[in-house]
Design a protein around this ligand. Structure first.
Ligand code: PLP
Length: 392
């Protein structure tokens, strides 16, 4: 019998592991912490947690809600999510079979991909993209196929979308409002994407985590509301951004009951359930916060957006103006460095402000002139960052 334990070819990493690299966003965060800088790199969102959310979670711990919940979450929160989808979009989801409380939108995507996709399948993703989307699919041996949005305003290029479809295409992944571009897909664009899904019998996986972060009167279109789309749309969203609780790991999936059993099964396998007491905090937030909370959230961030845009322009950047989400992509031709990663490090070293290299959101060779800045910061920190940028 060969001694397999001593065989070096068996004692090795998986085929996927060598290709993994730490995300540029986390790398910049570490570097920023090391030099006590201001972190505009990660979408940490360190604005205050709304009182009902905070108090609801604390009370839930005291009340003993500290054990596993049903695999798809507590009934109270499933009911509240279902009511929210109906209130905001007129979308009806049965809280018993069509709502999953997930461990963040991130956990929701992982579970949905496990449930719906096979190795070798292709998923269309708009570029610039959010890195976790791409890396999550790759980790399941699903192939992301990139569809570039047209510069300068990141318009949908319908011909490029159609050209990217192959017999292996199973889904389109649509993030709106989008990270990092701030693009809010218009009704006409969303209708065009929906038509492609129906023509080619594709799933539409939507990441709507920035649904309330829309500016200048822009409106978030929930793609599942379009005719014929509810059945094939898997909606991902969550509380990280809306309630400023990125570390709670709390989000949700809403989808037709046909898919939800399998999605919930795979979520259970990895996470067992979303954090129990924290689910009560999110439920309290959904139940108690008035509609004005959400409009205030948008107007607060619109004013933060104005501050960072003005500072970036004063500092010689050419920022694009985001219609949604809370990031600015800015051209940084004047910043020394051959690559965007070098530019981001130069900026951190010279101002103490951390940004992310634009290349993190594009295929290799693209985005090297861009830096991304997150403006979901407390006002005094954002103002400090703006002062430092102006002194560049
Ligand atoms: N989706 C997008 C587009 C994001 O930008 C982020 C965070 O930056 C997430 C999902 C993460 O969401 P969650 O914290 O709910 O996993």
């Amino acid at each position: 019998m060969p001694n397999t334990a001593a065989d070096p070819s068996r004692l090795c990493l998986s085929q996927l592991a060598p290709a993994t690299v730490q995300s540029e966003i986390r790398a910049m965060t570490l570097e920023c912490d090391r030099m006590s800088g201001i972190n505009l790199a990660q979408g940490i969102c360190d604005t205050p947690v709304p009182a009902p959310v905070e108090e609801g979670a604390i009370q839930a711990i005291r009340d003993g809600h500290n054990i596993y919940t049903r695999l798809d979450g507590i009934q109270r929160l499933r009911n509240a999510i279902s009511a929210k989808q109906l209130r905001d979009y007129g979308l009806g989801y049965d809280p018993e079979s069509e709502v999953l409380v997930s461990s963040g939108a991130t956990g929701g995507l992982h579970a949905a991909a496990m449930a719906l996709l096979n190795p070798g399948d292709e998923v269309l993703i708009f570029e610039p993209f959010y890195g976790y989307h791409v890396a999550t699919l790759k980790s399941m041996r699903v192939t992301p196929v990139f569809v570039p949005l047209a510069e300068p305003d990141f318009a949908l290029d319908l011909d490029a979308l159609r050209a990217a479809i192959t017999p292996r295409t199973r889904a389109i992944l649509l993030n709106t409002p989008a990270n990092p571009s701030g693009k809010v897909f218009s009704l006409a664009e969303t209708e065009a994407i929906a038509a492609v899904c129906q023509e080619h019998d594709l799933f539409l996986i939507t990441d709507e985590i920035y649904e309330y972060f829309v500016y200048d009167g822009a409106r978030h279109i929930a793609p599942a509301t379009l005719p014929g789309m509810r059945e094939r749309t898997i909606v991902l969203s969550g509380f990280s951004k809306t309630f400023s609780v990125t570390g709670w790991r709390l989000g949700y999936v809403t989808a037709d009951a046909k898919w939800m059993g399998a999605i919930s099964y795979f979520h259970d396998l990895t996470y067992v359930c979303a954090p129990s007491a924290l689910q009560h905090g999110a439920a309290a937030g959904l139940e108690q916060l008035p509609p004005s909370f959400y409009t205030q959230l948008a107007s607060d961030h619109q004013s933060k957006r104005a501050r960072i845009l003005s500072a970036l322009r004063d500092a010689g950047f050419e920022p694009s103006v985001p219609a949604g989400a809370y990031y600015v992509l800015a051209a940084a031709a004047h910043i020394p460095g051959k690559t965007a990663a070098e530019k981001a490090r130069y900026l951190l070293a010279s101002t103490g402000v951390a940004s992310v290299a634009g290349s993190a959101f594009f295929r290799p060779g693209h985005g090297e002139n861009l830096l991304r800045f997150c403006f979901a910061k407390k006002d005094h920190e954002l103002d400090d960052a703006c002062d430092r940028l102006r002194r560049l």
